[in-house]
Ligand binder design. Structure first.
Ligand SMILES: [Zn+2]
Length: 225
């Protein structure tokens, strides 16, 4: 089938069945992916008071609040990327995310590390959403990114139905420092969702034990447990 024919078929299809927003049924603009600009503009900004308490993380930040409502745009973005495999969403998420990252975090001389996932899960899904978001955010902010230093050494069960103490127990000892890697002085951890903060805390604890002096943590979404 020629490229020309495929293109014509695509235009024909779009003309009679214009793509619509998965949340509100409005027609999508040319650059929109799955969701329209109206819906994405309703993503609720997260503030410092919305964050869980941290001990090991020196400077936490989350961009948007995630509600459990199925029409919540933040939840829809996170789920579409993580569970439905819409990797193309990472760059538009990173664009919106980059605008909300506080200056005192952006301006740190720090190494950015996506929260690692267990290799089998990445293999199953075909990608790590935190690494994908980290690469997209790096294009916006131009920081130095490190993907090898921190490893998740065991599978941790889904935290969705766990209480905060159970979450801490669940991730205890789940991360290791790779041998032979240089230990940076300052690290900024990055993940798609922050709930109780237990995973970020355990990463920070592991990094500090290895000699990291200061740890920041940024998440695209803050979900209330
Ligand atoms: Zn919409």
């Amino acid at each position: 089938m020629s490229v020309n024919f495929q293109l014509r078929r695509l235009l024909f299809w779009d003309f009679f069945f214009p793509p619509i927003c998965s949340l509100c049924d409005r027609s999508l603009e040319r650059d929109d992916i799955l969701f329209c600009g109206h819906c994405l503009d309703t993503c609720e900004i997260a503030h410092a008071v919305d964050l869980p308490p941290f001990r090991q993380v020196d400077r936490p930040s989350a961009a948007f609040l995630m509600h459990h409502h199925p029409k919540d745009p933040v939840r829809a973005l996170v789920h579409a990327l993580k569970y439905d495999g819409h990797r193309v969403l990472a760059s538009s998420m990173a664009q919106r995310w980059s605008l909300t990252i506080p200056a005192d975090i952006r301006e740190q001389e720090a190494t950015w590390i996506p929260v690692p996932q267990y290799w089998a899960r990445g293999w199953q899904r075909g990608f790590s959403q935190s690494a994908l978001l980290a690469k997209a955010l790096q294009k916006e902010l131009g920081f130095s990114l490190e993907l090898k230093l921190l490893r998740r050494v065991r599978h941790t069960r889904s935290q969705v139905h766990l209480t905060p103490p159970q979450r801490r127990e669940n991730v205890k000892g789940a991360f290791r420092i790779s041998k032979g890697c240089e230990i940076p002085e300052r690290v900024i951890l990055l993940d798609d969702v922050m709930t109780t903060g237990a995973t970020m805390e355990e990463c920070a604890r592991t990094l500090k034990k290895a000699g990291v002096k200061w740890v920041g943590a940024v998440a695209f979404a803050r979900a209330k447990p």
